[in-house]
Design a protein. Sequence first.
Length: 131
Amino acid sequence: LILNGLYNSNVNFVVKEKVAFLIKFVTDLEDREFAAVPYGEVEKNRYRYRGFAVRWMGKVVRIRERDESQLLTVRLDGTEGKPGGEIDVYSPKIVTGLSAGMAVILEGVIMDFIGGNKRAYVVSRNIRKVK
C-alpha cells in the first residue's frame, strides 16, 4: 500500500522509478501472504492495491481455456451486506474439474485494473474448489 501510494503521488521521477522497481519485485515474490481485503475497499482505492496479494471467495461465471492456461471471470462474495464485484483471473495452469457456477477460494496478485469499468485483473497463485 505504501509503495503504491508513493508511486501515485507527486514524488519526483527518480523516486517513482525506484518505487516501480520495488513494486515489480514484491509482485513477483513467490512466498506471499494473502489478505482477505473486501473488494469494495479495493474498488474504492484501486491505485493502492496494484501488486497486492488477495484471498477472495466467489463463484466462477465464465471459463476460457488457452493452451495450458485458463481465463476466468469470478463474481466475488459480498461482505457486510454489500455486493461483491466481478474480476478477471488468469491461471497459468488448468484447474481440473472447474465449471461455471462453482464456488472457489482464490489466492492471487492484483496486476492491474482493466477495461472500461476497471475490473481487477488477478493472476492466481492458487484456486481451490469449495464443496
